[in-house]
Design a protein around this ligand. Structure first.
Ligand code: NAD
Length: 345
């Protein structure tokens, strides 16, 4: 077991940190996290116009650039000591199953960002991989065995999105093997929390179900539509655990070029997640199951043996606690939208 280190233990406060996808959920939260730690040279990059960013952090250089283009990646990586690549065309199951070409095209972002980081002399590079890189044949049962890092091979990942993640992982591994740039490859398992997408088609289950409950309560029509039969199981990691995990993985030399799970191991079915949200909202809804909707694999959980061994840590913020915060934030967004104010999605 190695002692876990963080950016504050290794970097100078004025080292250039670049975060891509920072107009979105995890990238924006990571920019806030580093800003709160006192880092003064943060560059946030996203293809969305600045007014559409989920979070704008004061004092952070914010650039609107499409990183599927090589020259924009060069501009983004200028002077970088560390690059966190969180940019990708992504969303929940509804998006991933219907827009496979868009998901695959994210390979351009990672390919150009890696090269730009290498050319800029960056010391460390992090790629946001996903549990969707795992072999889907191991995820056919709601009572799944949790997925461990070796379960990505033989390769049979999620079509589109999962293949892009797996291929980009390989790029990261070869940039270390052949060129010596230290790369880090956390495989995130469903991340949720405030400042994430909650409407519009790219939202994931915790946000989508919270919004549906809030809307049912607001409309007085006490029903909820659930995708699939609700028996599918997942684990969900709260955003604060995610950014802390990213920081620790990026600064652990035992994990160079090594894919590692970054997820919660608290497994829950979608039906039980709905019950949890109903309890938070103090309401009980009639459930309508949409059996032909995208539902993803039957079950998926994170085996945290490796992260516990290497970092002596695992994401452990209880789902009930994180969902309370998330629900409260989405409820405020919902009310803000009704009042004609600008919201995240
Ligand atoms: P998000 O959609 O909120 O953020 C991604 C951001 O990338 C968006 O703001 C988007 O505008 C930006 N982007 C897309 N294409 C771009 C381009 N060509 N150039 C520049 N920016 C571009 O998603 P997120 O939840 O914050 O996810 C961040 C990363 O984590 C992604 O790589 C995603 O695949 C990965 N991931 C997320 C989860 C999760 O549950 N949220 C799970 C597994 C992996």
């Amino acid at each position: 077991m190695s002692t876990s280190k963080k950016a504050v233990d290794i970097l100078n406060k004025d080292d250039q940190i670049v975060i891509t996808g920072a107009g979105g959920f995890i990238g924006g939260s990571l920019a806030r996290y580093f800003s709160e730690q006192g880092f003064t040279n943060l560059r946030a990059v996203d293809k969305k116009p600045l007014v559409e960013w989920y979070q704008r952090i004061p004092g952070v250089e914010s650039l609107s650039l499409d990183l599927s283009h090589r020259d924009n990646c060069r501009r983004a990586a200028e002077g970088a000591v560390e690059v966190y690549n969180l940019a990708a065309d992504m969303g929940g199951m509804g998006f991933i199953e219907n827009f496979r070409v868009e998901c695959l095209r994210s390979i351009l972002i990672n390919t150009h960002m890696l090269e730009a980081a290498y050319q800029a002399g960056a010391e460390r590079y992090l790629f946001s991989s996903s549990a969707c890189a795992y072999n889907i044949q191991l995820q056919q049962d709601p009572n799944v065995r949790a997925l461990k890092e070796t379960d990505a091979y033989p390769a049979f990942p999620e079509r589109g999105y999962g293949w892009e993640k797996l291929m980009s992982e390989i790029f990261c591994q070869e940039y270390y093997a052949e060129r010596g740039m230290k790369t880090f490859i956390p495989r995130f398992h469903n991340v949720y929390g405030p400042h994430g997408t909650w409407d519009g088609g790219r939202e994931k289950a915790p946000a989508a179900l919270s919004r549906k409950v809030i809307s049912a309560v607001d409309n007085g029509d006490l029903q909820i539509e659930i995708w699939g039969d609700g028996s599918q199981t997942r684990s969900f990691m709260y955003i604060a655990d995610c950014v802390l995990g990213i920081d620790q993985i990026m600064h652990c030399d035992d994990l160079v070029a090594t894919p590692i799970n970054l997820g919660s191991s608290e497994l829950i079915s979608i039906n039980d997640l709905v019950t949890m949200i109903e309890e938070i909202a103090e309401v009980e809804l009639t459930r309508n199951y949409k059996l032909d909707a995208p539902r993803g694999v039957a079950g998926r959980n994170s085996d945290n043996t490796m992260i516990k061994q290497v970092l002596d840590w695992e994401p452990d913020i209880p789902l009930r606690q994180g969902m309370q915060n998330t629900y409260t934030w989405i409820e405020q967004q919902y009310q803000d939208r009704k009042a004609g104010k600008r919201t995240v999605s």
